[in-house]
Design a protein around this ligand. Structure first.
Ligand code: SF4
Ligand code: SF4
Length: 347
């Protein structure tokens, strides 16, 4: 069934090339083999036994899995489903990749280890609106307004690091636990765009369950958010980096929220859709492409004159901090959730 769905999506591609210009890898490499259209053509050749797996490996591996092609595809081709599963099926994780994956997860494990000694400030209330707390927020073991408002049933990792690393065993394990919990929820609230995207791409998720997945900004639509009197960001320029995995709908909600905040000067970044270049473990596998994408982003941030950059994905937060470092442009970068927690009064 999964193979049929992948094939159906490969066949759906109209080869229109509307995905090409938005592909961050294409913007650097200028090679059509690395775009969604190029990859789909090659995979189609592989399905028909015209190309060997070796001939598609290099191009498939270079894909950032950013989903931009999926967001911009008029034919609604699920490119993430095609590329991620094909990658995992054709090139299962080798020992060296497992080691890289372990290294990538190590800082989170260490955070967990040091924070288990902290007294948990959890104030979970039992309700049917569940909070999907991402791995890094969990490892930090701190309670925010989201813990106070919603119930955290201890979801597993969204599975994205395993999926993109080709580790289907651990991906499926995490996915099964999360699918069970989603069934019990009325709504599931996310504060990380990449977690939300990874969960909404679970192949087995029903339409009803998919509609339960909500980014937290939507929940605050009718609330007043006022900057705290003593906030250091009063009348400062604030901008938001749109994570590649954030849907246009969620981004509109976030912008609405930021524009509604009193005493904040929100500016939209030029080329708001451009990637930060970090891509989870992508910077480990393809450091040169990753750094080139990062430098482009850093230039855009520099010209924005923003005092603070907000985002909604821990991977982007790390990526953006790295951008600041390599471009000697030291601007504060924060998660939107933490900014609201520390600087805003919700009325
Ligand atoms: S993936 Fe979508 S946007 Fe890209 S060529 Fe195919 S149909 Fe066009
Ligand atoms: S997922 Fe991103 S990097 Fe990969 S082909 Fe699509 S736009 Fe390009």
């Amino acid at each position: 069934m999964l193979e049929d769905e992948i094939k159906k999506n490969i066949d759906k591609c109209a080869r229109c090339a509307l995905c090409v210009q938005n592909c961050p890898v294409y913007k650097i490499k200028k090679d059509e083999n690395n775009t969604a259209r190029g990859l789909i053509c090659k995979l189609s050749g592989y399905e028909k036994n015209i190309l060997s797996d070796k001939e598609i490996k290099k191009d498939l591996k270079i894909c950032l899995n950013c989903s931009k092609c999926k967001t911009n595809c008029p034919s609604k081709v699920n490119t993430s489903l095609i590329f991620s599963y094909k990658n995992a099926f054709l090139f299962p994780t080798k020992f060296s990749q497992r080691l890289l994956l372990a290294l990538k997860i190590l800082p989170i494990k260490l955070l967990y280890f040091f924070n288990i000694f902290k007294k948990s400030k959890k104030t979970n209330i039992k309700c049917n609106v569940f909070y999907f707390k991402g791995c890094i927020a969990k490892a930090q073991n701190k309670a925010t307004f989201l813990d106070k408002l919603f119930y955290d049933p201890n979801f597993s990792c969204c599975g994205l690091p395993y999926f993109t690393g080709g580790d289907l065993k651990n991906y499926n394990k995490a996915k099964q636990k999360n699918l069970q919990l989603i069934k019990k929820a009325k709504t599931v609230i996310f504060d990380c765009a990449s977690c939300k995207n990874a969960v909404s791409e679970y192949f087995e998720l029903s339409e009803t369950d998919k509609n339960k997945l909500v980014f937290f900004s939507e929940f605050f639509e009718n609330k007043k958010l006022i900057l705290k009197e003593k906030s250091k960001y009063k009348n400062k320029i604030i901008t938001f980096h749109k994570p590649c995995h954030m849907s246009n709908f969620d981004f509109e909600q976030v912008e609405k929220l930021l524009k509604s905040m009193k005493n904040i000067n929100y500016v939209r970044l030029n080329d708001v859709d451009s990637c930060c270049g970090f891509g989870g473990s992508y910077f480990l596998y393809h450091p040169i492409i990753s750094a080139k994408i990062a430098l482009k982003k850093a230039k855009t941030i520099k010209t924005s004159k923003a005092d603070l950059i907000l985002t909604a994905c821990p991977s982007c937060t790390i990526g953006l901090r790295f951008n600041q470092l390599i471009s000697f442009n030291f601007k504060k970068t924060l998660e939107l959730r933490d900014f609201i927690e520390n600087e805003i009064n919700i009325v």
